[in-house]
Design a protein around this ligand. Structure first.
Ligand code: ADP
Length: 236
């Protein structure tokens, strides 16, 4: 691994919630220019890992370095995290949410956001309460990717979203990848997204069960990412 390309380094990361060990000695290194799939069934620790990196949860032990620096309010500003929950106020219009994002984040690219919303057919005048779950899913991803940062983390962006909207979301993610950026996508819906993943991280009960280059893993195991997922997790 080329050290110059390393954006995120995680060393011996563990997290306990009371007596529940949600993450157990996780070690990872994420390289710029890649899309990572954080894969595992519900309860495997994906959200916990993302929330610690985003600075929303505190780890019990271990270290997270972004560009070789420990997490701080400065490093946090370089991360766009999209939580799995729908966090929009129902009474807002789409354009109000865009304004909220541009007020919140200095790096938010308003024109890009409106242009993306046009492409994915989300009308800025729509009320959030009137949006289908597919439109909400597309809006969340479009907003998270309209920030200009180095690390994007999308927690289950395909969850609760119809098949056609999933394709649009996958396309948005692919188009946002750049040589200085890292995109981490957590999902348990592997078959639909595997074609865009450069690297895979299989998280099982808070432990990295398998990680590596997607193509190499496919070649060495003679199966698709979905096939590897079934090997790692069985019928979980
Ligand atoms: P995933 O995102 O893969 O579904 P999570 O990170 O949400 O996994 O959860 C990992 C484990 O930690 C689960 O067993 C979950 O029940 C537990 N957990 C998550 N958040 C909390 C919390 N706030 N308090 C107690 N246990 C939690």
């Amino acid at each position: 691994m080329n050290k110059m390309n390393e954006l995120l380094k995680i060393q011996h990361l563990s997290k306990y919630y009371y007596n529940k060990n949600a993450l157990n000695d996780v070690n990872l290194s994420l390289e710029k220019g890649k899309i990572y799939g954080l894969l595992g069934p519900n309860g495997s620790g994906k959200t916990t890992l993302m929330k610690i990196i985003a600075g929303l949860h505190k780890q019990t032990s271990g270290e997270v370095l972004l560009n070789n620096r420990p997490l701080s309010y400065k490093t946090k500003a370089n991360i766009s995290y999209m939580p799995t929950e729908n966090f929009f106020y129902d009474s807002f219009k789409v354009k109000d949410i865009v304004k909220f994002y541009s007020d919140m984040y200095e790096d938010f690219q308003v024109e890009n956001a409106f242009s993306t919303l046009g492409k994915i057919k989300v009308d800025p005048e729509f009320s959030i309460s009137k949006l289908s779950s597919g439109l909400v899913g597309k809006l969340k991803v479009a907003l998270a990717l309209s920030r200009n940062v180095e690390l994007y983390m999308l927690d289950e962006p395909l969850n609760g979203v119809d098949v056609l909207s999933r394709d649009v979301i996958i396309d948005l993610i692919t188009r946002s990848c750049g040589e200085n950026k890292v995109i981490v996508v957590s999902t348990h819906l592997v078959s639909e997204i595997e074609k865009i993943l450069d690297s895979l991280i299989f998280l099982k009960d808070g432990t990295i069960a398998l990680a590596g280059d997607a193509e190499e893993l496919r070649m060495s195991r003679c199966t698709s990412v979905e096939g590897i997922y079934k090997e790692v997790f069985g019928n979980d």
